[in-house]
Design a protein. Structure first.
Ligand code: ZN
Length: 436
């Protein structure tokens, strides 16, 4: 089943014609309406849409970075008068000002279309009852999924995040079939569900649309097992629109890009040159018809790769691999690149330890040190020093083989690490702090 079958199954040739037409228009639109782009494009000699003759001419357009967006805070990138804006979202900036997204009526309509597309591709149906356990508010996740799923015709339970016992009660009482949550919260909900002790039949959950943070395949199977559902991933960000930029179909072999609205490229993040097809690198995205706040060649900092092979589901839109991690999340420890997702993959599924972990990076005598705190499944093990040491050794050796790096492994009591109801914060980098 499709939401917009004509577009979703378009031939590559027709899709590229459509993208080129939209790109030319968008370049001219930005040049004429956004002073920031007028200046940038002017300097690059791109003073009209006609300067773009083929899709690959996009390479002459300068990149837009997160810093550019911050510098234009809050409304410097608006392409329409404020009165045409009907909604403002913002992503929580961990440092400084948040990133603002402004939407016209048409933008909201396009946004809910692309979310509806990914929901249906994942298996959502009008008869589904979806509980949205993302925090509502400025964050794009909750309202993005909310309106997209409404467009599918699903019943929405706007639970927001938190109050876990009530979340589980609504699962049971309302016959909830679909869950929208961050992977970390879904994991926590699964843990609590098991503890509440109701039989499996008390729940009707079957589909999870997880997002807003990465999820390794190992973590995902843990979530699926504990909640009794099939989980799919989707991708997006406030700078581009919110969730809906790409999403997995039920075959789960990459996230279909909404290519008629978002034009993806992969570049080498060091040189800024375009990568060959199938090569991994940083994802760069141009919005092809976001009218309130368009972005040209936005550097997402996500490392991924793209395939243009048609999918067995019938969709022709390109598929991107799960991002290996944001370049922002990447830790450089003793010169070795470490993504938290690699550690998570190594840990989840190991016997005796739970899926929750925390990474603490310190600098001692000018040397980086990575401590990996892992929860034990049962506190019984704490009573046997020998058994504890064997397990610690196993975790240490596995991490060493995966990361090629010495780590300090600390096994901690069950449930002693923080649980997250939104995005997980699992990395504590203390390197810029005075030594303890
Ligand atoms: Zn597919």
């Amino acid at each position: 089943m499709f939401f917009q079958q004509d577009v979703e199954t378009m031939s590559r040739k027709d899709l590229e014609d459509l993208q080129l037409r939209k790109l030319k228009y968008m370049v001219e639109y930005c040049y004429n309406r956004v002073p920031f782009y007028h200046d940038r494009l002017g300097k690059a000699g791109i003073t009209s849409g006609d300067k773009i003759k083929t899709l690959s001419d996009i390479q002459y357009i300068p990149y837009t970075t997160k810093d550019d967006i911050r510098d234009q805070y809050p409304f410097g990138l608006l392409a329409v008068p404020m009165k045409e804006i009907v909604r403002i979202h913002a992503s929580s900036g961990t440092t400084g000002k948040p990133t603002v997204g402004c939407y016209t009526k048409e933008d909201l309509d396009m946004w809910s279309d692309v979310v509806a597309r990914l929901a249906i591709a994942a298996g959502a149906r009008p008869e589904d009852i979806f509980q949205i356990a993302f925090g509502y508010g400025l964050f794009t996740g909750a309202l993005g999924l909310h309106y997209g799923l409404e467009k599918v015709g699903c019943t929405i339970v706007p639970a927001s995040s938190g109050n876990t016992a009530k979340q589980l009660m609504m699962f049971r009482d309302f016959g909830v079939t679909g869950l929208v949550a961050t992977p970390s919260y879904a994991l926590y909900l699964g843990e609590c569900l098991r503890e509440e002790g109701y039989p499996r039949e008390a729940y009707s959950l079957r589909l999870g649309l997880l997002g807003s943070e990465g999820c390794t395949p190992e973590m995902r199977s843990r979530i699926e097992e504990s909640l009794g559902l099939v989980a799919t991933d989707n991708y997006g960000m406030t700078e581009l629109i919110g969730p809906g930029v790409s999403g997995e179909c039920h075959l789960r072999c990459g996230m279909h890009f909404a290519e008629d609205h978002f034009l993806p490229e992969i570049i080498n993040r060091e040189t800024g040159e375009r990568a060959e097809e199938g090569e991994s690198g940083e994802l760069v995205v141009t919005t092809l018809d976001r009218w309130g706040m368009p972005v040209l060649r936005y550097r997402t900092k996500d490392i991924t790769k793209i395939t243009y092979e048609p999918c067995a589901c019938g969709r022709t839109h390109a598929r991107m691999a799960k991002p290996m991690g944001r370049t922002d999340d990447m830790l450089i420890i003793k010169g070795v690149n470490v993504f938290p997702s690699q550690i998570e993959s190594a840990l989840v599924g190991m016997e005796g330890i739970g899926p929750h972990y925390q990474l603490v990076v310190r600098r001692r005598n000018f040397m980086d040190q990575l401590e990996v705190k892992v929860e034990l499944v049962s506190s019984e093990l704490l009573e046997s020093y020998g058994a504890l040491e064997i397990l610690r050794g196993r975790v240490h050796d596995k991490l060493k083989s995966v990361l090629g790096l010495e780590t300090k492994v600390t096994l901690v009591e069950p449930k002693s690490l923080e649980r997250f109801q939104g995005k997980a914060r699992r990395v504590l980098d203390l390197r810029n702090q005075p030594e303890e």
